[in-house]
Design a binder for this molecule. Structure first.
Ligand code: NAD
Length: 454
């Protein structure tokens, strides 16, 4: 089916009103849950083929993450869907004032390759719960997972309301010519601009989940073993191919030396002496990305790691020291297991450094000093912040997840996903009774001084 036909089919289904029914949504959400639970081993296989994701990471960051989210959605969406009753002024005492969550219509969900299940399917659950029809476009860069979704998801969901569309740039460009009622995009900031421009044609609302360089400020006063573990884990999970991976470290020279010493020990503990043989480190997704990431290491002062093997698209966790702001490593989001360290003299210099760049998707602060933490929180804008850990703020469902500025717009996770896919229709219901009308007569002409007093 062409892009046009798919969108038309979804629109026809939406206009029939099928997805407005909460019972229909329930059936679809339960079917989606069955899809996850009955296909776990296939999911492990495709994630292994695309990214050599270990079983544990696949469960933690994809399969269980999806299941937990969806179970939460199923338990709560009927409550979320109820009209809310905001406070109202005295003059509206006799009116019924409500905010009604209504589905936008046909939603397009474009996923990225780094968490190829989660980034396409978690928004889908929210779109279904909110009563939309949806078209999911997984990333072609993780082809095994994209094909798995295309082949298996339609066996579970209603085939008129929900569709999977595969393709790369050319196909997505075609798809974006169509009119959607909502577009939810995850991927790079540059493509985010293209999606935003396409949405603009029909003034389609968008959520853009983008990327950027997420900084870590590391204070001298921390327990360096714990801090190093948490930072390196954030960098090594999915081999650094995580939108909120710590991108670079800002700290004193002394903290940098201690971080490197701890880092060597910790990486040996985690991956053994021959890191390439460890089953626990993902590979870089494809040759282009492998070349892009390894190129960043040219002329770098490598304190840990630095090994790579193009046959396997393997890059060892690498820490680079003495990095300067105009080095290649600092010009783009790294999206690989490389951590540059820039030395700063104090927290103010770190804040000034971060604020010279674009607003990050995530900001990490490791410190025991509340004053420093507060000063960073109050002076740096970021999509989200995690103090004394990395990545883990994403697991708190009640925290909306999203970027700001060039790291994105809009947010999701938990109830926020439902809200993202719902238009909040402000509604006032008034009666036509004569008493109410009498109270309102001062608004009608002819206008007089006396009427103005009301
Ligand atoms: P990608 O190459 O998979 O692209 C993302 C999607 O955009 C894909 O579905 C792709 O087909 C489509 N696309 C690519 N080029 C296009 C074009 N010219 N026109 C229309 N569609 C196009 O992924 P990527 O962009 O390499 O993803 C990595 C980036 O995504 C990183 O910057 C990362 O930080 C960001 N990211 C953000 C989040 C988040 O939640 N904020 C999550 C994951 C990744």
């Amino acid at each position: 089916m062409s892009a046009k036909e798919i969108v038309q089919r979804a629109r026809t289904a939406f206009l029939k009103g099928t997805t407005k029914s909460l019972d229909f949504r329930q059936k679809q959400l339960e079917a989606l849950l069955r899809f996850y639970k009955e296909n776990t081993s296939k999911m492990l296989t495709v994630l292994d083929k695309d990214l050599r994701k270990s079983k544990q990471e696949s469960y933690l960051t994809e399969i269980n993450y999806l299941i937990n989210d969806l179970e939460g959605v199923i338990a709560e969406y009927r409550d979320w869907a109820k009209p809310s009753k905001p406070e109202k002024p005295l003059v509206n005492a006799m009116d019924d004032v409500q905010i009604i969550s209504e589905p936008y219509g046909v939603a397009l969900i474009i996923g990225a390759w780094n968490y190829p299940l989660q980034l396409s399917l978690l928004p889908l659950a929210g779109a279904i719960a909110a009563g939309n029809c949806a078209i999911v476009k997984p990333s072609e860069v993780s082809p095994e997972t994209a094909n798995f979704i295309k082949e298996n998801l339609p066996k579970y969901l209603d085939n008129e309301c929900y569709h999977v569309y595969l393709g790369g740039v050319a196909e997505t460009t075609e798809l974006l010519k169509e009119r959607f009622d909502y577009i939810f995009y995850t991927g790079s900031t540059n493509v985010g601009r293209i999606v935003h421009a396409a949405a603009n044609k029909y003034l389609t609302p968008v959520t853009l989940e983008l990327g950027g360089k997420s900084p870590v400020f590391l204070d001298d006063d921390v327990d360096m073993t714990i801090a190093t573990k948490r930072i390196l884990w954030g960098k090594c999970v999915n081999a650094g191919q995580t939108c909120i991976a710590p991108d670079y470290l800002l700290c004193s020279k002394q903290a940098s030396d201690r971080f490197v010493a701890e880092g060597k020990k910790i990486l040996a503990e985690w991956y053994g002496n021959s890191i390439k043989d460890s089953p626990d480190l993902c590979r870089i997704v494809n040759e282009n990305h492998f070349k892009r990431v390894t190129k960043l290491l040219k002329n770098a002062n490598i304190a840990i790691g630095g090994e790579f093997d193009s046959n396997e698209k393997f890059i060892s966790p690498t820490v680079v020291v003495d990095v300067k702001p105009d080095d290649a490593l600092m010009q783009e989001e790294i999206f690989g297991p490389i951590l540059p360290i820039i030395t700063v003299s104090d927290v103010s210099e770190a804040i000034a450094f971060i604020n010279k760049g674009e607003k990050p998707l995530a900001l990490y602060v490791f410190s025991n000093d509340n004053k420093k933490v507060k000063s960073i929180l109050s002076q740096v804008s970021a999509g989200g912040v995690c103090v004394n850990d990395t990545i883990m703020h994403l697991t708190v469902e009640s925290l909306p997840f999203g970027g700001v500025g060039s790291s994105g717009m809009g947010a999701y996770h938990g109830k926020s996903t439902f809200d993202t896919f719902s238009h909040k229709k402000s509604t006032m219901i008034r009666s036509l009774n004569k008493f109410g009308e009498m109270l309102m007569t001062s608004r009608y002409p002819p206008y007089t001084e006396k009427k103005m007093k009301f």
